[in-house]
Ligand binder design. Structure first.
Ligand code: IMP
Ligand code: MG
Length: 182
């Protein structure tokens, strides 16, 4: 069998409809919380690109977007905690309301690093919006105000999330079959 294909997905965790529902809810919440204020959405490439695009479109208000690309050293399915900035922000964040838009909060190591990094640039405020929150996995406590969906401790792909750069285009989020790893 040729890979990757949707046949590599063992179980669909969140359908496209589930994801849209979660995104709508977060967009509404953010629109209310930042009423009358400009917000800078900072997305972490590449995994959060789909979530970012959908979230930005359901926020009713003045929104700017920017991107950062980071790479965590380690294997494809495991974070090492060492983060390297591959692409930095184009916009200055001093005096701005910033929301970091993440695909998934797993160990929390990537976000902890990013929060510290952006906080050092003196934003007016900084919050985190994560589409998925892997319960019980956080090695560091991350204050995450906006959480889309709680995810079981499985390796998931789709809706931006990858395994070895594949499966990002799946419109849903699913658990990858172990046979793919072997
Ligand atoms: P953390 O530093 O362990 O919180 O993980 C951060 C990054 O690892 C995420 O932004 C994802 O890119 C990636 N990641 C963590 N868990 C998964 C998963 O289940 N599927 C795909 N990527 C993941
Ligand atoms: Mg990744």
């Amino acid at each position: 069998m040729t890979r990757p294909t949707s046949a590599d997905i063992k179980q669909v965790l969140f359908s496209a409809e589930d994801l849209q529902e979660a995104v709508q809810r977060l967009g509404k919440q953010i629109s209310e919380d930042y009423k009358g204020q400009k917000v800078l959405l900072v997305s972490v490439l590449k995994g959060a690109f789909v979530f970012m695009a959908d979230l930005a479109r359901v926020i009713d208000g003045d929104v700017e977007i920017d991107f950062m690309a980071v790479s965590s050293y380690g294997s494809a399915a495991k974070t090492s905690g060492v983060v390297r900035i591959i692409k930095d922000l184009n916009s200055p964040v001093e005096g701005r309301h910033v929301i970091i838009v993440e695909d998934i909060l797993d160990s929390g190591l990537t976000l902890t690093y990013l929060l510290k990094n952006i906080q050092a640039r003196n934003p007016l405020s900084i919050e985190v919006a994560t589409l998925l929150f892997k319960e019980g996995k956080q090695q560091t406590r991350v204050a995450c105000k906006y959480i889309g969906l709680i995810c079981p401790d499985e390796f998931v792909v789709g809706y931006g999330l990858d395994y070895n750069e594949s499966y990002r285009n799946l419109p849903y989020i699913g658990v990858l079959d172990e046979k793919v790893y072997t």
